[in-house]
Write a protein that binds this ligand. Sequence first.
Ligand code: FAD
Length: 289
Amino acid sequence: MKNFFKLDKPTFSFEIFPPKGSGELSQIFATVDALASLDPDLISVTYGAGGTSRENTAEIASRIQRDYAIPALAHLTCVGSTRGEMRATLDSLRERGIQNILAMRGDIGDEGTKDFKHASDLITFINENYDFHIFAACYPEKHIEAYSMQQDLEYLKAKCDCGVDVLISQLFFDNRFFYSFRDSARRLGVTTRIEAGIMPITSPSQISRMVSMCGASVPEAVQKIIRAYGHNAMAMREAGIAYATNQIIELLAEGVDGIHLYTMNQPDIAKRICENIRGVLYSLRVKRG
Ligand code: FAD
């Protein structure tokens, strides 16, 4: 299996989500089959995001490693958990051979927080008791609850100081937010590698759902695409693939540490994007290697 941490920059990874409820896993492994054929550096599996199952994250991540020899990243949130519950979850991830965890707080619901108030509490807990590689979330347009970008960046620095190996960013549609965020984080002393999270736009409803969930701004260029092609699923999909491709090519040219593609379990879209960027990714890896 590749060692994600020894790869030449830049890396290219995928995110998938488990089925809702305790649903059938055959569909998700058809998706993993297709994504694995694109030779990603890592595949991450979400945890309860958008109402999807939490139970299957560990199972899917461990099978990605075991059956496909691709490094897997298990997402994990700590909101609403006690230390005992978190220990049981982490023990089970370790028993399954998981090595990489995306350690997050999660969204605060009615139950509020319990033993872990912030992702940094979980990260400290993991580093004190386990030897997982730790990934954490970051937000180029600031986290939706944060009072200001500066405050969010200071908490990010504190989070990284607890011991984070890799940051993965929230989605964004305007690369300038990412550059400005990355430069500010570096100025504050954040040295952790930062992967850019890219979500191809595929429909107007998907955009409005994402925007209301994470607060990403929708630039005029994307609004134009929605106005022109939003009524035609095929045209919208093509435009979304082209837009994400351009975002990625520019990010790579700007020296991004890595691209994390939110695949939305649509390997056909991931495949098209991979085909579009394969040449530039290869040339950069050879140049920087
Ligand atoms: P934190 O880092 O704890 O930050 C949350 C807020 O608290 C921020 O506003 C921050 O500024 C503030 N803060 C941080 N530390 C402190 C402190 N010490 N004192 C006061 N304020 C502080 N959610 C899921 O449920 N499942 C998933 O699988 C999932 N995957 C994700 C993957 C990525 C790449 C990203 C970017 C997000 C993902 N999320 C997922 C969403 C995430 O759970 C939410 O954004 C959540 O609201 C914040 O989690 P966090 O780990 O970033 O929190």
